[in-house]
Design a protein. Structure first.
Length: 525
């Protein structure tokens, strides 16, 4: 009896000690270490709002966002009668950053849950860190890894170190001019189909079209055909629909990211739904890959390249990595481009003179001929419009990185493990960098300075990121943009629909919350 009592006491003691050790570990890794990292950043001159455990600055962020939403809601108008809605979007989409910038400047530390982030909207600091860290040595914030796993897995967007070099090396040739040229026909085919459908709708008395929805579907069709050889009915639509559902599930309610166990305790249903959708998408891609292995395609599209890499022992991608790259390209490859085209159509609808300028250029460069890859580089003015739209409405509104080692900048040090959040929208809308006309749509600013648009700092314009990790798909995007815009502008003139409501919002990418309904008029019978 006495022995049993001793045993029970011993077990109780072990349980108590284990709980205390676990609690200690939680406190150390979720508070003490981040606080030490924060203090280290403070010593290097980075101030910021004070965090509380375990939400960090999330409560304050929510409060500021709510107040901003109430203000923009009360001043929200229909824009049909006025084409003059504001492009000054930073304080609408990131009101907390705009407010903190007023207090702490263009670089400060804020906390998502128990994770400190170094916020940067200062191009000089971006330049310094970019010079100090090579592409291979950048990491991606671990706190987002879990959340984004079902969407990107360990694809190029999320890989780090030698794995990143291996993936980038395999994928880069898929974006060389010869590979891009081979995609021209798919792009022309899919867009021509969409334009024909629009004509039928307009002719049947329905001139209002939500161009954002339509263009996103067409861009999905293009990437499915061009990268994976999928026909419309061959799984492309299913993959797209699932990816869209996954994006909504993951990012429409991600406000507690960084809070310990938030995915398990705060939104378990969301976490389960995302895992399920992620698994469905994986299964679809595994089956597409197996079919392709059974009947290899002679064309060297992205999928062929990924599969062929598996026969090279030195750089081989595992089957899992091939699937993750498929997801990354499927998602990253269509939405960003579709948004750039959609915002462009919106801006052109408000500026008919720019529609005419581009139509004139299309007539000169392409005329009645079929679109050929070699003609696209001569569409210079369209290139200015592309740059200007990506300045005002960058599809990727921020860049997130993590320091894998200490970053020594001479006068300051960014400690190993620091999460970094670069606010692209803030830099693109900063009047000290661009001048007083910063919030005006002025494509001509790219006429003299085709790369930086007259920005007074080379790192102030970063729609595709910077350094070795710069976007791999930017040339593909620009090509698709020019083809789609050429075909639309040669067929229709565009104006704003009375139902349009200007509501830029972020759901990972910068998108119009209520679509972009436009009124289309055919240019010829
Ligand atoms: C308007 C169109 C696009 C925009 C604005 C855009 C923007 C970006 C940005 C800002 C980055 C992060 C760069 C950094 O961390 O410095 C990025 C990376 C990436 N983008 Fe794009 N992108 C676009 C189109 C595309 C397309 C069409 C594809 C694929 C077909 C693509 C695939 C990727 C990949 C795989 C990465 C990760 C690259 C790496 O880390 O090595 N993007 N993109």
């Amino acid at each position: 009896m006495e022995l049993i009592c001793v045993l029970i006491m011993l077990i109780m003691w072990v349980i108590r000690v284990s709980i205390m050790v676990l609690f200690g570990k939680v406190v150390v890794s979720w508070w003490i270490l981040p606080v030490l990292a924060h203090n280290n950043l403070k010593r290097n001159g980075f101030e910021g709002p004070s965090p509380t455990f375990p939400l960090g600055n999330i409560t304050e962020m929510k409060k500021i966002m709510k107040a901003a939403a109430a203000i923009s809601g009360s001043s929200s108008t229909s824009f049909a009668s006025s084409n003059n809605f504001s492009h000054d979007i930073h304080s609408t989409i990131f009101p907390h950053f705009a407010q903190w910038q007023n207090s702490y400047g263009k670089k400060f530390v804020y906390w998502l849950g128990t994770e400190p982030f170094l916020y940067i909207a200062d191009p000089q600091l971006v330049k310094k860190i970019s010079e100090a860290v090579m592409g291979k040595n950048w990491g991606k914030p671990a706190v987002f890894r879990n959340d984004r796993e079902p969407m990107f897995g360990d694809g190029l967007v999320m890989t780090e170190g030698d794995d990143w070099i291996r993936h980038r090396h395999i994928l880069t040739p898929a974006f060389n001019p010869a590979s891009l040229k081979a995609m021209t026909n798919f792009m022309v085919e899919s867009t021509t189909k969409m334009v024909k459908e629009w004509r039928s709708l307009v002719n049947s008395g329905q001139p209002e079209i939500d161009v954002e929805r339509e263009i996103t579907a067409t861009a999905g069709d293009i990437i499915a055909k061009a990268s994976f050889g999928m026909s419309s009915g061959g799984g492309g639509e299913e993959a797209l629909n699932n990816l869209r559902a996954l994006q909504l599930t993951l990012f429409s309610n991600s406000s507690y990211v960084g809070v310990p166990f938030s995915s398990v305790f705060l939104y378990p249903a969301r976490t389960l739904a995302a895992k399920k959708l992620g698994a469905q998408i994986d299964r679809l891609f595994f089956s597409i890959i197996s079919q392709r292995k059974l009947s290899p395609d002679s064309d060297s599209d992205l999928l062929t390249r990924l599969i062929q890499s598996q026969s090279n022992q030195r750089v081989a991608l595992t089957p899992r990595e091939v699937v993750d790259e498929c997801k990354t390209f499927f998602f990253g490859g269509h939405e960003t481009t579709a948004l750039a085209i959609s915002w462009t159509l919106l801006l052109l609808a408000t500026r008919p003179e720019w529609q005419n300028i581009l139509r004139e250029e299309i007539k000169e460069v392409i005329g009645d001929k079929d679109i050929d890859f070699s003609m696209l580089s001569s569409l210079k003015k369209m290139g200015w419009v592309w740059n200007e739209v990506l300045r005002l409405y960058p599809s990727a509104p921020n860049i997130q990185r993590q320091a894998k080692g200490d970053i020594d900048l001479g006068d300051m040090k960014i400690p190993k493990g620091t999460n970094i959040w670069i606010d692209i929208v803030a830099m693109h809308h900063d009047s000290t960098l661009w001048g007083d006309d910063v919030n005006e749509f002025k494509p001509e600013r790219f006429q003299q300075d085709t790369i930086h648009g007259g920005c007074n700092h080379k790192m102030g314009y970063l729609p595709f990121g910077f350094g070795g990790r710069m976007c791999i798909g930017r040339n593909l995007s620009s090509m698709e943009y020019k083809i789609v815009l050429t075909l639309i502008l040669s067929t229709f003139s565009l104006s704003l629909s009375p139902s349009y409501s200007h509501s830029p919002a972020t759901l990972l990418s910068l998108r119009p919350a209520h679509g972009i309904p436009l009124i289309l008029s055919p240019l010829y019978p």
